[in-house]
Design a protein around this ligand. Structure first.
Ligand code: ATP
Length: 303
C-alpha cells in the first residue's frame, strides 16, 4: 500500500526532551488527517520531519512513496506546506511574493498567481507589501504559496492560526473542496479539536511526543462519554432517592449527574423514580461530553 505519508518509529530528541517519540503514522491518499495536540506536544517537530527540515533521531519518513531526508530528498514538487509563522519577503507585495513562488516551483501558467490570490481572498491586498499585512492575511499568503503549484499533498501546521472566525470557516471550506473535488490529501495540525472535527476524516492525537490515539472522525461521537444531568429543586432529597436506588450520584454545579449506562439508557426510569419520591426533576437530559472535555480526558489533563 502506498500511503501519502508513512512514518515508522519517528523520533526526535533534544537532549532530555523527547519532542517526538516513536511516532508511526499512516495517512491514506485523499484523507484529511487532523493531527491534534496541546502546545508543545510535538506537532511542529513531526511536521518538520515530514518535510525533511530536521534530522530525525530515529525512524523513517516516506512521503508520497518516497523516502524523505534532510539532504533535500523528497517529492517536493507534489507537496505544499505551511510550517509555523509564514515567512514572506516584507518589501515585496503579495503578488510579487507569489510570483517568486511560482517561478521557484516552475509553474509555467502565469495565471496561477492570480488564481491563488483570488482563492485565498487576497485580491484586495495583492499590491500591498507583505510586511504590512495583518497576521491573518500573512497566514493567507502562506496558504496561497502552499497551494500555488496545485500539490497533491498539503502539510499544514496550524493553518487556522491568526484567522478570524469567518476566515477559519473559509479555509476549512477551501481545504474540504480541495480534498473532495481534487482528491488532495491534507495533513494538518491543530491544538483545537473543534477546529478539525468538522473537516478531518481521520484524527491522530499526539501527547508528550507520542501518538496516543488514532480514530476515524465519524467515530468521535461514540467515543465521547455520555451522562445524565438532572436539575431538581430538592437536591438533597433527590440525591438520597437515587442513592437508595443504587445509583452512583455525583453533584456538579448544583446538578445531579449519573454516568452509569443503566441511567443513560433509561432516563425515563430515573425520571419516574424521582417523580414517585415527590422530587420531580425540572430538567433531565442525556448530554454528550464536549470535544474539549474528551480531548482533555484523552490527554489526562485536568478540565
Ligand atoms: P505548539 O502547539 O506550541 O506549536 P507543538 O506540538 O508544535 O507545540 P513542538 O514545537 O513540536 O510542539 O515541540 C515539542 C517539544 O520539543 C517541546 O517541549 C519543545 O520545547 C521541544 N523543542 C522543539 N524544538 C526544540 C529545539 N530546537 N530545541 C529544544 N527543544 C525543542
Amino acid at each position: 500500500m502506498n500511503f501519502a505519508i508513512e512514518t515508522q518509529g519517528l523520533s526526535k530528541y533534544y537532549r532530555q526532551v523527547r519532542a517526538v517519540d516513536a511516532v508511526s503514522l499512516r495517512v491514506h491518499r485523499g484523507e484529511i488527517y487532523g493531527f491534534i495536540g496541546l502546545n508543545g506536544a510535538g506537532k511542529t517537530t513531526t511536521i518538520r520531519a515530514l518535510l525533511g527540515m530536521i534530522r530525525p533521531s530515529a525512524g523513517s519518513v516516506q512521503v508520497l512513496g518516497q523516502a524523505v531526508g534532510p539532504n533535500g530528498r523528497g517529492p517536493w514538487r507534489r507537496v505544499g506546506h505551511l510550517v509555523e509563522a509564514p515567512a514572506a519577503y516584507p518589501e515585496l507585495t503579495v503578488r510579487e511574493n507569489l510570483e517568486i513562488a511560482r517561478r521557484l516551483h516552475d509553474v509555467p501558467d502565469k495565471n496561477a498567481t492570480l488564481r491563488v490570490i483570488e482563492r485565498l481572498g487576497l485580491a484586495a491586498y495583492a499590491d500591498r507589501r507583505a510586511g504590512v499585512l495583518s497576521t491573518g492575511n500573512l497566514q493567507r499568503l502562506g496558504l496561497a504559496r502552499a497551494l500555488l503549484h496545485e500539490p497533491e499533498l498539503l502539510i499544514l501546521d496550524e493553518p487556522a492560526n491568526g484567522l478570524d472566525p469567518a476566515g477559519v470557516v473559509e479555509i476549512r471550506e477551501l481545504l474540504a473542496s480541495l480534498a473532495h473535488e481534487k482528491g488532495v490529501t491534507v495533513f494538518m495540525s491543530s491544538h483545537i479539536l473543534t477546529e478539525v472535527d468538522r473537516l478531518a476524516t481521520r484524527i491522530g492525537v499526539i501527547h508528550k511526543g507520542r501518538l496516543i490515539e488514532e480514530f476515524d472522525a465519524e467515530k468521535l461521537a461514540t467515543l465521547r462519554s455520555h451522562r445524565l444531568e438532572i436539575k431538581v429543586r430538592q437536591l438533597a432529597a433527590a440525591q438520597n432517592t437515587l442513592a437508595q436506588a443504587g445509583f452512583a450520584v455525583k453533584l456538579n454545579a448544583s446538578m445531579l449527574v449519573l454516568t452509569e449506562a443503566r441511567a443513560i439508557d433509561a432516563p425515563e426510569e430515573v425520571a419516574a423514580l424521582l417523580v414517585n419520591a415527590g422530587t420531580p426533576p425540572s430538567r433531565l437530559a442525556v448530554e454528550q461530553e464536549d470535544l474539549e472535555g474528551y480531548f482533555l480526558r484523552l490527554t489526562g489533563e485536568k478540565v
